[in-house]
Design a protein around this ligand. Structure first.
Ligand code: UDP
Length: 377
């Protein structure tokens, strides 16, 4: 049987890589094909090279100023041909990008079954995050196999009428990717962090680049960070800034040349993991980082009004703080000054045990052999 995994962006590659490894170990049963759409060329390639994955098929469809409609059309067109050539038995997609949705439609029209990794995340606001919430809901409609990372994600799928027999709780594969990489010996030498005096400061690691944050919200966040370093002399902010020009313009305007704020290029995943490991506190609007911070036992402040990953929040390990400057300053200040509040945000990671990709590979193999999947859900 032939199974393809498709990936377009950095987080998809991070979360698919352990599944690629697990499937390749089962090469007697399964032929594994990796397809890259390269929706985000540079950041995808960073991760692929870190995991030594060379796509079997690279659609290379990123174009400057590409609209979501253009991107969707390109995926549909190129996937039609690819899927006809490759003769797949199953297409695996991960997450909520336009690659995921469009590739799922292309497979569906050709009656190729789709397995959705990280299924069942919901913010319950169709426009937040945009377009991800719609992408993930639409993909759930098209998928035959729903690989839910947590029991809560399974519950959300059941509430929407998905067939329980096709939902499997596996854990999130990001925990698998992290545990592999955290064992790799690492030094910041040669990275953009090389000359930063990390050990003399409490480091606040920041990422913010979601579409909903562009403009006023991002500006508020930047103003808050500036106030924090002025107020706390032992604090250093490290902010790898996304390549999106809308993000870079706002961030550079407010934070360039502020003492103890280091703006860097996006760093590779191994470097970012080690930055998280070294951080005192993590502040983000990213989805994946909301899973990674609790895995590393780092308190997390989420720069959003809602989240599709409430597990960390429900466990008290993160706070959803929005983007008012005052609120951000208050919440960061609290964690810098109140050790009890800080310690209360350290606990057991609710996103998985590092064995999700093994479970997924096992399940897909059984499916491929036409046996009923036996994974407890
Ligand atoms: N990340 C990275 N380098 C950076 C910033 C983030 O490797 O400079 C990683 C981060 O650890 C997480 C993923 O990229 O795994 C998050 O990507 P992004 O925020 O673009 O997407 P989301 O998770 O919100 O879908």
């Amino acid at each position: 049987k032939k199974i393809a995994l498709i990936m377009g962006t950095r987080p998809e590659a991070i979360k698919m890589a352990p599944i690629v490894y697990a499937l390749k170990q089962r090469s007697n049963d399964i032929d594994t094909v990796v397809i890259a759409t390269a929706q985000h060329r540079q950041m995808l390639d960073q991760v692929l090279s870190l995991f030594n994955i060379v796509p079997d098929i690279d659609l290379d469809l990123m174009r400057p100023n590409q609209s979501l409609n253009d991107l969707t059309c390109s995926v549909l067109q190129l996937m039609q041909k690819t899927l006809e050539d490759v003769k797949l038995d199953l297409l695996m997609v991960q997450g909520d990008t336009t690659t995921v949705f469009a590739a799922s439609v292309a497979a569906f029209y050709l009656k190729i079954p789709v397995a959705h990794v990280e299924a069942g995340l919901r913010s319950h606001d169709l426009y937040n995050p945009f377009p991800e919430e719609a992408n993930r809901r639409l993909t759930s409609v098209l998928a035959q196999i729903h690989l839910a990372p947590t029991p809560l994600a399974k519950e959300k799928l059941l509430n929407e009428g998905a067939n329980e027999e096709n939902i499997f709780v596996t854990g999130n594969t990001v925990v698998d990717a992290m545990s592999t990489l955290l064992d790799v010996p690492f030094s910041f030498q040669g990275s953009p962090i090389e000359n930063l005096p990390l050990s003399q400061h409490r480091v606040i690691l920041v990422t913010s680049h979601r579409r909903e944050s562009h403009g006023e919200d991002l500006k508020n966040t930047c103003l808050a960070l500036k106030e924090i370093v002025q107020r706390f002399q032992d604090v250093m902010v490290i902010y790898p800034v996304h390549l999106n020009p809308n993000v870079r313009k706002t961030v550079m305007e407010i934070l360039s040349d502020v003492e103890r704020i280091a703006l860097t290029e996006p760093v590779d995943y191994l470097c970012f993991l080690n930055l998280m490991r070294n951080a005192y506190l993590i502040v983000t609007d990213s989805g994946g980082v909301q899973e990674e911070a609790p895995t590393l036992k780092k308190p997390l402040l989420v720069l959003r009004k809602l989240t599709e990953r409430p597990e960390a929040f429900n466990a008290g390990l993160s706070k959803i703080i929005g983007t008012s400057t005052q609120k951000i300053v208050d919440e960061i200040s609290l964690l810098l000054t109140d050790d009890k509040a800080y310690q209360a945000m350290i606990g057991i990671n609710p996103f998985g045990d590092g064995k999700a990709s093994e479970r997924i590979a096992e399940l897909v193999c059984r499916w491929a052999k036409n046996q009923k999947p036996l994974l407890p859900s």
